[in-house]
Design a protein around this ligand. Structure first.
Ligand code: AMP
Ligand code: ZN
Ligand code: FE
Ligand code: FE
Length: 268
């Protein structure tokens, strides 16, 4: 049995719709998946009809930060109709949209010609906008060869077109996930630099051990999970685009037995 517990759709910065993604998951013979969009659970709401050929664990990837580094908190098994969770998502969507317009204004003042129409279209479709949307616009316009170059030049944290935005603290994210009946899992710890030790002192329920950006460090993270009694999870962080994460589904997968306790989690 193979699983993938970290993937994005058009509801945030992935390029496939929730329906298309679940179809692809069936074709890639994935037995269990979790759609974990950035700050939204829209994939689990109408009008989407998720393909029933695979088990789907409801999820979200919340954006937080800690002393200047991006920290992502995954929530699993949550009630995607929870009112507080939905209020969080609605607030974030609005905040992300306003921030995206500010990023575009910065790009324009740096000499790049961009218009807001594309973003307005994504918003009308219900997407939570992120930096990758703007990076892709700049690539499409021919200013950069790939998304990574845009991040490296303009959009990295503190970069010339970077616009900070208010996020909840790690504690608040964990509380919100618990309130919605879910478990909180630290996403891709391998991406954390100076703050890892401090971030690990937070009351997570689990850690994402298996992730493309954790390569070479699985043993280290498994040990942490064991010490703390945390659930072990894993996934590809599939967005459907080339570059940072696998472009195809089924390339980076996790064996069900590697995350067995996570898969057997039962909500009280
Ligand atoms: P945002 O939600 O706007 O802060 O953007 C964060 C998302 O941008 C991450 O989840 C990744 O999908 C993507 N991202 C972050 N850093 C990079 C990078 N250096 N290259 C490509 N994509 C990145
Ligand atoms: Zn993303
Ligand atoms: Fe992430
Ligand atoms: Fe992600």
């Amino acid at each position: 049995m193979i699983v993938d517990l970290h993937m994005h759709t058009t509801c945030s910065d992935g390029i496939y719709s929730p329906e298309a993604l679940t179809k692809m998951a069936v074709e890639a013979h994935l037995d269990v998946i979790a759609i974990s969009d950035h700050d939204t659970v829209a994939a689990y709401a109408a009008p989407y009809h998720l393909n029933a050929g695979t088990r789907i664990i409801p999820a979200i990837e919340m954006s937080s930060d800690y002393e200047g580094e991006d920290v992502h908190v995954l929530g699993y098994y949550l009630d995607t109709a929870d009112a507080d969770l939905l209020a969080y998502c609605a607030q974030f969507k609005e905040r992300r949209f306003r921030r995206a317009l500010e990023i575009i204004d910065r790009c324009i003042s740096l000499g790049y010609i961009l218009d807001r129409g594309y973003l307005e279209k994504r918003i009308a479709e219900g997407s939570a906008i992120g930096r990758p949307h703007i990076a892709r616009m700049l690539v499409k316009k021919g200013y950069f060869s790939d998304v990574k170059s845009v991040f490296d030049t303009l959009l990295y944290r503190g970069g010339p077109a970077y616009v900070p935005y208010h996020r909840k603290t790690i504690h608040e994210c964990i509380d919100l996930i618990h309130h919605a009946g879910g478990i909180a899992v630290l996403a891709h710890p391998g991406l954390l630099r100076k703050v890892l030790t401090q971030v690990l002192t937070h009351p997570f329920d689990g850690i994402e051990v298996y992730h493309p950006k954790n390569e070479g460090r699985y043993e280290e993270f498994l040990e942490i999970a064991e010490q703390k009694g945390w659930y072990v999870s894993g996934g590809s962080d599939f967005h459907g685009v080339p570059g940072r994460f696998p472009e195809q589904l089924g390339v980076f997968v996790v064996e069900a037995k590697q995350v067995e306790r996570f898969l057997n989690y039962q909500r009280n």
